[in-house]
Design a protein around this ligand. Structure first.
Ligand code: GLN
Length: 542
């Protein structure tokens, strides 16, 4: 029997609903249950694929090629359960489905309305493909009171009724702010937020109250009284110094006990040793290394969420703290700006789109190559490293990417045809931009004797997730290899360069995929573990 837990948020956005959902998932797993986590986003985009990182933060890509909200990354990192397209939806996607059905004539004769047609489609999404999973956790994006969120709240209200208390639980995350001038924690915003939820017919079963200090028992009783809950269902979600502390912290506050009590389940206490082990390494590293991230959206950390986490995991694997220096690539377009890179132990150029700042990324790759500083180029970062090598090692003046318009030597060019399983995907200039990149998991063959083959533990074939429209142009392969760049990872048909490395350099790797999407704190990605290891070696040299 699958049980459903619905997570809503109130008072303010950015309270960490995604981490809260992921942590509850981890706690349920630690008690021996199976979980799936799902996200419903109320915006009208079909997916976040075409949104600017400034609007939305990172786009998280699943194995099956869905472009999803970054919270799905938290879910995977905390539970290890691979997210799928069927775990992520938006108002835009739901409406597209309903309208497509209407056009087909599936509702022949009916007037199509938000209730029941849209709410039915939402309920279908929530309850689809649950198999024999013990718990499905559904996070509703946005904040209670948003107009866009109403159909989602109505749908989960209906589901709550249909499933009954034995199979449905409502968790509401709020904020209990501290007002310095009066020296008090304020419960009123929480009361208002719960009222808002009750006005659409949802009575929360558990309140998670974010706060920066202990909430006195008396205030918790007050919240319980005004919000129609038992006091034990008011859980404080205290600020912690690492997100990987959250599962333990919630457990100490009785969150998972309260969930078990609601469903009347007698379960064994959770085994939290995995999280204790991670926290021990996070808290007591043997030292620190500095990695420079040279990118375009460096003032918005959410744009590189998985990347920051994967680097931290690389640190966990090496018992090191990783200090991240976020550098805007445009500063490297000034003369002599490379001094920003002196003293760092590794340089990473992450994924990106568009021409702005690219000369700076190319300059950073050149600095790393010439000064033998560990270099990790991810997707765009690989393409920039190849352009750098083409210009300065092969001597191709005017080498560039056709992403920025026509150039003399398009060493990176538009992908127009590739295979996915048994099908051929084709793209052309002027195609729709939404959902048309090379997306999701693809296999890659690693060359015998290469550094990456070693890093992946000798594996001959790996699978990694992609999100790109351009690709290193294979017609330049020979010239680049001759100049010292090794193409050590290729698509199985030998058509698409997936990994380049530089023999003779301590650690210089460019990958066309996004390894950061698959890294976990309890299972750091081998490329990140190896990159940080190289940074540790570098730190002993400088
Ligand atoms: N803009 C490049 C492309 O589309 C790189 C994409 C990325 O870094 N994810 O190929």
């Amino acid at each position: 029997m699958t049980r459903f837990i619905f997570i809503t948020g109130g008072v303010a956005s950015s309270l960490g609903k995604g981490i809260a959902s992921a942590s509850l998932g981890a706690l349920l797993q630690a008690r021996g249950f199976t979980v799936r986590l799902r996200k419903l986003d109320p915006y009208l985009n079909v997916d976040p694929g075409t949104m600017s990182p400034y609007q939305h933060g990172e786009v998280y890509v699943t194995d099956d090629g869905a472009e999803t909200d970054l919270d799905l990354g938290h879910y995977e990192r905390f539970t290890g359960v691979a997210a799928r397209q069927s775990d992520s939806t938006t108002t835009g996607r739901i409406y597209s489905q309903v309208i497509a059905r209407e056009r087909k004539g599936d509702y022949l004769g009916a007037t199509i309305q938000v209730i029941p047609h849209v709410t039915d489609a939402i309920k279908e999404f929530i309850t689809a493909e649950t198999g024999d999973t013990d718990f499905v956790l559904c996070e509703i994006g946005g904040t209670v009171g948003d107009i866009e969120g109403l159909p989602f709240l109505e749908a989960i209200r209906q589901l709550g009724n249909e499933l009954g208390q034995q199979r449905a639980l409502f968790v509401h995350l709020t904020l209990v702010p501290y007002i310095a001038s009066s020296g008090e924690l304020k419960t009123k915003p929480t009361q208002h937020s719960v009222k808002e939820l009750q006005s659409v017919g949802i009575q929360p079963d558990i309140l998670l109250c974010r706060c920066d200090r202990e909430i006195p028992a008396e205030s918790r009783r007050k919240i319980a009284l005004f919000c129609n809950l038992r006091p034990s269902a008011v859980i404080q979600a205290l600020d912690v110094d690492s997100i990987y502390q959250v599962p333990q912290s919630y457990h100490e506050q009785g969150f998972d006990d309260e969930v078990m009590r609601h469903f009347a389940i007698e379960a064994r206490p959770p085994d939290l040793s995995r999280w204790a082990g991670i926290m021990q390494r996070v808290r007591q590293p043997e030292g620190e290394v500095a990695v420079a991230i040279v990118g375009k959206y460096t003032n918005l950390r959410d744009a590189y969420k998985s990347l920051g986490e994967a680097l931290a995991h690389g640190g966990i694997a090496n018992n090191m703290r990783v200090r991240l220096d976020w550098l805007d690539s445009e500063i490297f377009e000034q003369p002599d700006a490379v001094h920003h890179l002196e003293g760092v132990h590794g340089i990473l150029v992450p994924g990106g789109f568009g021409e702005r700042g690219t000369e700076g990324k190319i300059a950073a790759a050149r600095f790393a190559r010439e000064h033998k500083v560990p270099y990790f180029g991810i997707c765009f970062g690989m393409q920039m490293a190849v352009i750098e090598a083409a210009r300065n090692l092969v001597g191709l003046d005017g080498a560039g990417s056709s992403e920025f318009g026509p150039c003399k030597h398009p060493v990176v060019g538009l992908l127009t045809e590739w295979t996915r399983g048994n099908t051929v995907e084709r793209r052309g200039i002027g195609d729709n931009l939404g959902g048309t990149m090379r997306l999701g998991a693809y296999p890659c063959d690693l060359a015998a004797g290469s550094m990456v083959r070693d890093i992946y533990g000798g594996a001959a074939r790996i699978s990694e997730r992609h999100r790109h429209r351009y690709e290193v142009n294979i017609t330049y392969k020979q010239r680049l290899e001759h100049a010292g760049l090794r193409f050590s990872g290729m698509s199985p048909d030998g058509e698409l360069p997936e990994i380049v490395e530089m023999p003779g350099h301590p650690w210089f790797v460019g990958v066309q995929f996004h390894p950061e999407l698959k890294s976990k704190p309890f299972d750091p990605h081998p490329l990140f573990a190896s990159f940080i290891k190289a940074a540790v070696t570098q730190s002993r040299l400088v």
